[in-house]
Design a protein around this ligand. Structure first.
Ligand code: FES
Length: 142
């Protein structure tokens, strides 16, 4: 089978879909490969991500990886969320077909962008090298 049961489950019943009116950080990124976009909202209290929501125009694999990524960072510290790689998300989903790996990058980048927005809003200094250099990229919408 092309997709694992976990991918199908998260695609058909995605967790944490939606918007957040009072988000502490919002990340919006575009996929350089397919042009799909993803928006991630986080609520932060005492450096812990207490709630997370996502909204995407991405494909099924983007939905599944974002759904899994939100589950993996909810209740975790910001540092742990920043350390989440698309590879870890793909592994948690029991894999993705090779030509769909790029979709999982959308989830990782959206989480990072939401954390960066949180840092910027709160004037928290951070290591810029941990984030993609947006000035070099034409695909980011925010
Ligand atoms: Fe665009 Fe999967 S094809 S995110």
């Amino acid at each position: 089978m092309l997709y694992s049961e976990k991918v199908m489950d998260h695609f058909q019943n995605p967790r944490n879909v939606g918007k957040m009116e009072d988000a502490d950080g919002i990340g919006e990124v575009g996929n350089a490969v397919c042009g799909d976009i993803m928006k991630m909202f986080i609520k932060v209290k005492d450096s812990i991500i207490t709630d997370v929501k996502f909204n995407t125009f991405g494909c099924g694999s983007a939905i599944a990886t974002s759904s899994m990524a939100t589950e993996m960072i909810k209740g975790k510290s910001i540092e742990e969320a920043l350390a989440l790689s698309n590879k870890a998300v793909v592994e948690a989903l029991d894999g993705l077909p090779a030509h769909k790996i790029h979709c999982s990058v959308l989830a990782e980048e959206a989480v990072k962008a939401a954390v960066k927005d949180y840092y910027d809003r709160n004037n928290i200094p951070y290591d810029k090298s941990k984030f993609p250099d947006c000035s070099q990229c034409e695909h980011c919408h925010g």
